[in-house]
Write a protein that binds this ligand. Structure first.
Ligand code: SF4
Length: 250
């Protein structure tokens, strides 16, 4: 793999596309993105990480899970969601049933913020091209965000208590916010809510497939109506916004 060019450092606050961003956008496989993440020095988190955590799972997942950032266990192992919260996620996927290898799991930032603090805006901006590239290559039917922070990257004004378990359209992808498994570890009520929401994921995938079919029919000039007895996610404020801002992820 060729080395990334030395583009301007967007960690310094420049959110415009750079040569380095373009390089990331041109990576042609999930493995190449992972290798670039592991050698990445684009933000200050390189100085405190043990391991970068690119993500793992299927290369053609119907569902992409996105958390906010790695924790201590993930930092040590270089793998996403491997602590107690990750074990709970695996357990709840099992009720669908889904295996971790059926889906793909990653984070907004790929390196652990020290002390599990929230990532800084410049760290999120610096890491954004990797997530953009992953979404572009994986082409999931559904993005399931884990926790409030990851949800707000896509749906900035949404409240997790309102939006969890509800499908919303973003860039022709269904966004399906979920509570973070770590929160579910602290509350049996939230655990049950998270389980109930995860049980709805297959329906969200079906909704996304129906939307794709409708778009294909519309573009081929045939009847684009949704089949009787099925539902599509209602367009939301974000889906309207997306029509004018297709190329930007938070
Ligand atoms: S958080 Fe992202 S941008 Fe920052 S060093 Fe890690 S991989 Fe690079």
């Amino acid at each position: 793999m060729t080395e990334p060019p030395n583009g301007p450092d967007i960690a310094a606050g420049d959110a415009k596309s750079t040569g380095a961003d373009k390089y990331i956008g041109e990576l042609s496989s999930i493995e190449e993105i992972a290798a670039a993440v592991r050698s990445c020095t684009r933000c200050g988190l390189v100085g405190t990480r043990i391991n970068a955590v690119p993500g793992e799972g299927s290369d053609s997942p119907s569902i992409l899970f996105i958390g906010e950032g790695p924790g201590a266990n993930e930092d040590e192992q270089g793998r996403p969601f491997v602590g107690r919260a990750g074990k709970l996620l695996d357990e709840l996927l099992g009720v669908v049933p889904l295996l971790r290898s059926d889906v793909h799991i990653t984070n907004v930032v790929k390196c652990r913020p020290p002390g599990n603090r929230d990532p800084l805006p410049e760290e999120v901006r610096a890491c954004r091209p990797y997530l953009e590239a992953q979404i572009g290559l994986l082409k999931p039917y559904v993005i399931a965000t884990l926790g409030r922070h990851a949800m707000n990257r896509f749906l900035p004004n949404a409240r997790i208590s309102d939006q969890h378990g509800r499908a919303t359209v973003w860039r022709d992808i269904v966004i399906f916010p979920l509570y973070h498994p770590a929160a579910a570890l602290r509350s049996t009520t939230l655990r049950q809510t998270l389980e109930n929401d995860i049980r709805q994921l297959p329906e969200a995938v079906l909704q996304s497939l129906e939307m794709s079919a409708t778009r294909s029919q519309a573009s081929s000039g045939t009847d684009g109506s949704v089949p009787a007895g099925t539902t599509s996610p209602a367009p939301t404020e974000s889906s309207v916004e997306d029509e004018t801002d297709q190329d930007r992820l938070f």
